[in-house]
Design a protein around this ligand. Structure first.
Ligand SMILES: [Zn+2]
Ligand SMILES: [Zn+2]
Length: 301
């Protein structure tokens, strides 16, 4: 993917610096104007309607702030003002709660059982994320940070499943080539502990290989055990579907057939094989070193 930077420079032209973009919205009234447009489903709103909503007495003052937003975050047409795509992105970041909200500490029971002791699982809410762990031995299944807004409109009992779906979406985005944080292009590599480029913390203890995903634009990165990342692959989704499992509804830590730590890596060229067994049917899924799907093998048991 070394040609990415060149390709990007031919089609994407930076028009303002990040500092300039932030300075354009860095005023309470301008944030209120964007909020007013969002509440109106993106607009259009006339200048008078915007002014009423944000309650700025001086029309000149209000005009000044609307003008600062116009072109980059707001578009003006004969019908009035609308949110631009950049405006939608900005209000999305605000209403996701990632900037403004935090979670209240709470514990709800979660489906699935502990990979260590078979005990039942709980989801513990932290200020900035959720920990799914064993109620008996405290072994942690997953421990992600999350934008609090994703849990806002769901019943408490649904929280563990919502967390599972949200985490799944990161791998699905990456399988499509996008960064879930900034929509930039991502690179993926299958990493084993002896790789010179393997992350320092990765010692192979209990996990043969991980898929490391890194965004070329924002630098955001994360890793997943190979069988977990494989759950975003269409052939793996289809295998589960054939056996009555909708992977959107079953977080990976509830899938007892998943051999989380198991992935066989061979070299020249690098291939990683992931075995899975459902309903007596065994499949082996094969990926290359960039975690692109290569092949699958079927075997009846
Ligand atoms: Zn346990
Ligand atoms: Zn990114």
């Amino acid at each position: 993917m070394t040609e990415t930077a060149d390709q990007e420079s031919t089609v994407v032209a930076e028009q303002v610096s990040p500092a300039t973009a932030f300075s354009l919205v860095a005023h309470e009234t301008r944030v209120e104007i964007l909020e007013a447009l969002r509440a109106a489903d993106g607009g259009p709103l006339s200048f008078g309607e915007i002014r009423e909503t944000v309650e700025v007495d001086d029309p000149g003052h209000c005009h000044y702030h609307v003008d600062r937003l116009t072109n980059r975050f707001v578009r003006k047409s004969n019908e009035g003002y609308r949110l631009s795509p950049a405006g939608w992105q900005l209000v999305g970041a605000v209403v996701s709660g990632g900037l403004t909200a935090s979670l209240s500490p709470e514990t709800v029971s979660a489906a699935g059982s502990c990979s260590e002791c078979d005990g039942s699982l709980v989801a513990r809410l932290r200020a900035s994320g959720v920990t799914v762990e064993c109620a008996a031995c405290s072994h942690v299944q997953t421990d992600p940070d999350l934008p609090p807004g994703i849990l806002m409109d769901w019943p408490r009992a649904e929280i563990p499943r919502v967390v599972g779906r949200y985490l799944r979406r990161w791998e699905v985005d990456a399988a499509h080539g996008f960064c879930p944080n900034c929509d930039g292009r991502v690179d993926r590599v299958v990493s084993i502990p002896t790789d010179p480029t393997a992350p320092d913390w990765f010692d192979g203890d209990g996990v043969d290989a991980v898929v490391v995903t890194e965004c070329q634009r924002c630098g955001c990165w994360w890793h997943a055990a190979v069988p977990i990342a494989a759950l975003a692959e269409p052939s793996v989704v289809a295998f589960h579907h054939e056996h009555g499992i909708d992977l959107r509804e079953h977080p990976w830590w509830t899938l007892d057939h998943l051999e989380i730590g198991t992935a066989n890596v061979t070299e020249n060229p690098r291939r990683v094989t992931v075995p899975m067994e459902l309903g007596g049917e065994r499949r082996t899924f094969v990926f290359d070193g960039s975690f692109e799907f290569v092949d699958e093998y079927r075997a009846q048991k």
